[in-house]
Every structure is written in C-alpha cells, then in structure tokens.
Ligand binder design. Structure first.
Ligand code: ASP
Length: 432
C-alpha cells in the first residue's frame, strides 16, 4: 500500500498569503501536538462555558459519521488489494495464514480478558440516547443537526434509491479533489484501478484526520462542561488497560519466538529497535514496512523469504494491535454505558474485530475507522467512539508498534529453528 500523498488540496495554492501560512503552520505542526493543544483548549472552553459547551460536540459527531461512511469502502478496497497482490505460495502460505489467524485471535482474547478483569469503563457513566431526546431533536432540528443528517452514513447510501442529493455532492467533492492530482495517471490494469480507489479513500481519510484536533477540542469541552472530569478517570484506566494488554501480547510474541525459532528475544529487540521506534513515531505500519523488512534481513539475519513473507505480505493482513484495541474499546464503551456484553456478543466482537483489523490500512487512525463496524455489530452507538479520540493519538502509536511486532513474530517463526548458513546467505545475495 502506498504512503498517502500530501493531503493539501491543490486549490489551496490560490489561497491568500496569510491563510496559506496559517494552513502551513497548522499542517507542519505534528498531529499529536495539535490534538494535545485541542485537549487543553477544550478543557478551558468546557470550564468557561459549562453545560453550554454541549453543542461543541457536533464536529466530533460529524467526523465520526464521515469515518463510519469511509469504513466499509476502505475495508473492501484494502482486502481486495491485499489479496490481489499478495504472493502467497503453497505450504508457507498456509502456515502464514495459520500464524496470522492464531495471533489475531490471541490478541483479541487478551484484550477482552484484560478489559473484563480491570473494567476500565466502570469509572464513569455515559447515557444512551433516549427516544425522547431523539424525538425532540426531530421536532425542531437546528442547522447543525440538519448538516449532520446530510452527511452520508455510508459511502454508497446516497447513490441508492431515495438517496440525499447533498450526500451525493459531498462524495463527489471529496473524490473530485482526491483524484485531481492523479488525473493524468494511466490506469493500465485492474490492480491499478483498485489501487487508485484505495489511495483516493486513504487521501480522503487523511483530510478527515486533519480535523481530529478540532473534534477533540469539542469532545473535551463538552465532557468537561457537562460532566466535569469523571470521564478522564475512566480514560486513564482505559489507557493503562490497553497498554497492559499490548504488553501481554508482546510477551506472547517473544515466548513463541523463543520456542519456535532460532532467534533470541534480546538481540531481536535490539536489531528491530529502529522499526519499533519508527512505528511508534509515525503511527503507520505501512510507512515502517521497508525498515521492518531490511532490519529483519540485515540486522537479525533472517532468510529473505521469511522476512518478506512476514513483513511485506503478512503486514497487509496482520494488525493484532488494532484487533486487540477495537475489541477492548467495544467493551470499554459498553461498560461506560452500564451494559455488560454477553458471551455471545463478545464472540461477535471477536469475529468483527478480526475482519476489521484485516481491513485496517496500515496508516494512522485506520483502526478508529474500522472500529465502527465492531460497534454496529453489537449495537453500540458509534458516536461514542468520539470519546476515544482524546487518547487515540497515543494508543494508535502504541498499537502500531505492536502491529509491527506481529509482523516480526511471523517472520521469525517462518524462519524456523535453524539459522541460515553463511553459504545460504551468500547464495541469496547472488540470487537477488
Ligand atoms: N495505525 C495503525 C497501523 O498503521 C493502524 C490502526 O490505526 O490501528 O498499523
């Protein structure tokens, strides 16, 4: 998958100098700094406005709605592209699929276990939207609610029978701008076509992600203004629970590596330092991919086939950190709503988290997009994902590092218990 291109629409070049420099400043500041700034300003606005800050939550809802609309299309394109391009052959291919599936299921089970034991959502309480509040909104919709209603909740919805014209226009504008810079690019085959669609979606997603600091500002202002700081206690507990679960999954990887390959954990971690730090600092396992591959091959000393199968092929499907996080989030929000998910519903969370993690592109915040699927599957209102925006900038980086560790794990296991001989390594260099 390619690195998303610069998300600045080309028409911004015509903007006035002052607005251009303001945009440049906004764009040059790292996203996490902008999100933290949004949080701090949101706390200030919440304290100053009190319950009147409730309307500031609307940008967050809008962004969640757009993310939810992008999710099915993004998953569709990502899985089609990964399956079309992956060079999976014979026995190694079957082994790869088995390892990926086992790791993902273990990750989700660890996530559910930790969330069930620690119950991070018990520290605060969210209200489910009641029929009465929905009805009163329907009686007198304000302008912002009307805008919200016209933002498509699914990408293909507005194109169907009785679709809303404004929704169609939103989609046309987004794709029009996303495809403008590549309008002269030749489309030679079906793979190019799928990649074009996937990249257009990733580009639209990157624009939406640019707005996340604004959403965080509104969400935090609304929470502080209407409920004070109780939710943050729960968020703190959630962050600790996710980090603990990620750590346990890391222990699982290293144990499996110790038992099933010739690689030893400490030299491995030393050799993979660059890739792990890069994953954490970029929040993208796709951008980190070349570093993961070359470190596995050159620093750790894996065979080329094992390194490429795990770090290049498997990486397209392998997002254990994302799967674990999505399952934990569903449980966390349901705990905050005072609803315990039944075993059946938790099984549904396992199934949908596997699919959602396979379909999550290796780019920042992709897990937040596909999470809407998990929420829908167990009847949780996806608008509550907004509250996770406040900590996602940090947890995204942490789960990305674990996603990369998952690729490392698979590569080491595929390499087996016997290290390649110097003669084998020399033959590989000649063959390349
Ligand atoms: N950022 C993650 C990755 O690149 C995907 C996610 O958002 O979970 O692996």
């Amino acid at each position: 998958m390619e690195k998303p291109q610069d998300p600045i629409p080309s028409n911004l070049d015509d903007a006035a100098p002052s607005s251009r420099s303001l945009w440049a400043l906004w764009h040059q500041t790292p996203l996490y700094v902008r999100i933290v700034a949004g949080m701090i300003l949101g706390i200030g606005a919440g304290l100053a406005l009190g319950p009147r800050a409730v309307d500031l939550a609307i940008p967050g809802k809008l962004i969640l709605r757009v993310l939810g609309a992008l999710a099915p299309a993004l998953i569709l394109a990502a899985i089609i592209h990964a399956l079309m391009t992956a060079q999976i052959k014979g026995k190694t291919g079957a082994r790869l699929v088995g390892l990926l599936l086992l790791n993902t299921v273990v990750a989700i089970l660890i996530g559910l276990f930790v969330a069930n034991i620690l119950q991070p959502g018990q520290h605060s309480h969210l209200e489910l939207p009641t029929a009465a509040s929905t009805a009163s909104k329907a009686a007198a919709p304000d302008t912002l609610t009307q805008i919200l209603d016209n933002v498509p909740s699914s990408l293909l919805g507005p194109l169907g029978d009785g679709g809303k014209v404004i929704g169609v226009i939103f989609i046309a504008i987004a794709f029009g701008f996303a495809l403008r810079p590549v309008k002269d690019q030749p489309v030679r085959n079906v793979e190019d076509l799928v990649l074009l669609f996937l990249n257009a979606l990733i580009k639209i997603l990157s624009w939406v992600v640019e707005l996340v600091p604004l959403a965080v500002f509104g969400v935090v202002a609304n929470i502080v203004g209407t409920k004070g700081f109780a939710d943050f206690k729960a968020m703190g507990a959630f962050v600790i629970a996710v980090l603990l679960a990620l750590l346990l999954q890391g222990v699982w990887y290293l144990t499996r590596i110790t038992l099933g390959s010739w690689v030893r954990p400490l030299p491995l971690l030393r050799g993979m330092r660059d890739a792990l730090v890069m994953a954490f600092s970029t929040g993208s396992s796709t951008i980190t991919m070349p570093v993961t591959y070359s470190s596995l091959k050159n620093r750790v000393g894996l065979r080329d086939q094992s390194a490429s199968m795990g770090a290049l092929v498997g990486a397209n499907f392998n997002n254990d950190g994302t799967a674990l996080y999505e399952a934990m989030s569903a449980l966390f929000i349901s705990q905050m709503l005072g609803r315990q998910l039944t075993i059946g519903q938790q099984l549904m969370v396992v199934l949908t988290s596997v699919v959602a993690s396979v379909g999550a592109a290796g780019i920042p915040e992709a897990g937040l997009v596909t999470m809407t699927l998990v929420f829908h599957a167990v009847g949780l209102p996806p608008e509550y994902i907004a509250i996770l925006l406040t900590v996602d900038w940090f947890l995204d980086r942490s789960r990305t590092a674990l996603n990369v560790m998952g690729d490392i794990n698979v590569s080491c296991l595929l390499d087996g218990k016997v290290r390649q001989t110097p003669a084998e390594a020399d033959a590989e260099v000649v063959a390349i």
